[in-house]
Write a new protein. Sequence first.
Length: 118
Amino acid sequence: MTGFLTTHVLDTARGCPAAGLKIALFRLEGAARVPLAQAVTNADGRTDSPILPAGRFGAGVYELVFQAGDYLRATGQDGAEPLFLDEVPIRFGISDAQAHYHVPLLLSPFGYSTYRGS
């Protein structure tokens, strides 16, 4: 079995999935950030498929970048510019190339959290 990476975003301020939020995935190779994938969350706050599927999955250091500012503006949660949160990067390591890694984002206009989900 080969592992894969999934993500989802929940809008904790509104109590719902964050639909329409853009996400980019990078692999870190030394000082370089290599772009791997881009996705937009669906009505359930998830990507339609794994953001890093089994065929491209491997051990290493990765970064998900969530375009929170665009989402907050689109949902009327933006407030004064510059926004407190605009791009939200989450850098994490994958050590088990056979596992499913799930990295969710819980988002509000003034805070966020993440964890390794299942």
